[in-house]
Design a protein around this ligand. Structure first.
Ligand code: MN
Length: 410
């Protein structure tokens, strides 16, 4: 696809992408936009110029402060908008070429939460991550618990503390249990990131209704990068027997542009063979994994960034269709805007582990940074940035970044 816009060939936001997000300029109101190269496009301005006339959409939807109502139009409309934008950006005679007010530099906009998240679920679907954590907390023989290869393990997280890239977080405080003393309350000492991706539900279900793996992708609007912040010392003391709670609920950060499943279609690859065979409701056909390269950078204040992890979303043992089929197999309903995260995405090699817990092997190793400092976990004023993109045959579709600085506990 050739476009009259000037887009860097290494940009995540090529004409093949056309993601959706919520932006504002100055004191202006929130609106729906897309991003191409280094420019944000005001889709209400595009709509007003007639770009989507064939789709019969009430153009006021583009002035919404979240994407929920837009997503509710359904994939035929939302992907129709995406295809119309691609067509217009290729058309040398398009009236949009003169529509200067529709194009805003990314440095002049503020990005916001793209959707109103009603519910958030976190899975635990990377076999390398689950094995690593199992070895650290138990032993090699019982690293994976008996249920792990039979169902995609998950828990219900907290939606209220999901924040967009660029918003700082405070080191959480909580109750911890030092080895030799009674429990204490104070700032977490073992603050960690979790490299994850999350999908956004685009088609709701009614209570009692199940989603099968064959239809699951119809219910998924798109994806974001997801940093599931974790306080390991709080988590370790509190998690028995009901699982993660305050060690996770203080914050999760996301990249602000939702990349649609249509844009990611070209990155599909086969997943690994699942042994033992899964139950029929979890079986699926065709490729359901995605080759998305992922990196994590750690930047101490005033210093340069060190890439501490390079992983890939293709390593997931359980895919999104299986996660959604399992999530709804009991009749639990899902809503537009629900966010479902993958769980930490670790690869098989040491440099591909998606958390400091694994990279420092529970604090027994140090990670050397470029500026000469060392880390075992995340320190105050560190910035953690996650990057992700798919690339094949000269086509690049990416997520940009999710970047968050950690401030000292309040
Ligand atoms: Mn997680």
């Amino acid at each position: 696809m050739n476009t009259w816009l000037d887009i860097d060939k290494d940009s995540d936001f090529s004409i093949y992408n056309i993601p959706f997000g919520i932006f504002s300029v100055g004191d202006g109101s929130k609106k729906i936009g897309t991003r191409v190269g280094d420019q944000v496009v005001d889709l209400h301005a595009f709509a007003s110029a007639g770009t989507f006339n064939d789709l019969n959409i009430d153009i006021e939807v583009f002035t919404s402060s979240s994407l929920n109502d837009f997503i509710a139009l359904g994939k035929s409309k939302t992907n129709g908008v995406r295809l119309s934008i691609q067509a217009a950006l290729q058309d040398e005679s398009s009236v949009l070429k003169e529509l200067n007010q529709a194009f805003i530099k990314t440095t002049d906009v503020q990005m916001h939460m793209p959707v109103e998240v009603k519910d958030y679920t976190d899975f635990y679907s990377s076999i390398d991550h689950a094995t690593n954590v199992g070895i650290m907390f138990r032993d090699k023989e019982s690293a994976l618990l008996p249920n792990w290869k039979h169902l995609p393990v998950g828990y219900h997280g907290r939606a209220s503390s999901i924040i967009p890239s660029g918003k700082n977080i405070y080191r959480p405080k909580g109750q911890m249990k030092p080895t030799d003393t009674p429990p204490v309350y104070g700032p977490c000492r073992l603050l960690d990131f979790e490299l994850e991706m999350a999908f956004i539900v685009g088609k709701p279900t009614k209570l009692g209704q199940r989603i099968c793996t064959a239809n699951a992708m119809d219910h998924i609007f798109g994806m974001v990068l997801f940093n599931d912040w974790s306080a390991r010392d709080i988590q370790k003391w509190e998690y028995v027997p009901l699982g993660p709670f305050l060690g996770k609920s203080f914050a999760s950060s996301i990249s602000p542009w939702i990349v649609t499943m249509e844009a990611l279609e070209f990155a599909k690859v086969d997943g690994q063979k699942q042994e033992p065979a899964v139950l029929p409701y979890l079986q699926y056909e065709g490729p359901h994994n995605f080759d998305i390269k992922l990196d994590v950078g750690l930047t101490p204040q005033g210093e340069e960034e060190t890439i501490v992890c390079g992983s890939n979303f293709k390593h997931m043992y359980w895919n999104m269709a299986q996660q959604l089929a399992h999530h709804t197999c009991n009749g639990c309903n899902v809503n537009i805007g629900d966010m479902m995260a993958s769980g930490t995405i670790s690869g098989p090699e040491e440099g591909s582990f998606g958390s400091m817990l694994e990279l420092s092997w529970a604090g027994t190793k140090t990670i050397q940074l470029k500026g000469g400092e060392e880390r075992k976990f995340v320190a105050d004023y560190d910035t953690i940035t996650m990057y992700g993109h798919a690339e094949k045959d000269g086509r690049r579709v990416g997520f940009g970044e999710v970047s968050t600085q950690v401030l000292p506990a309040l």
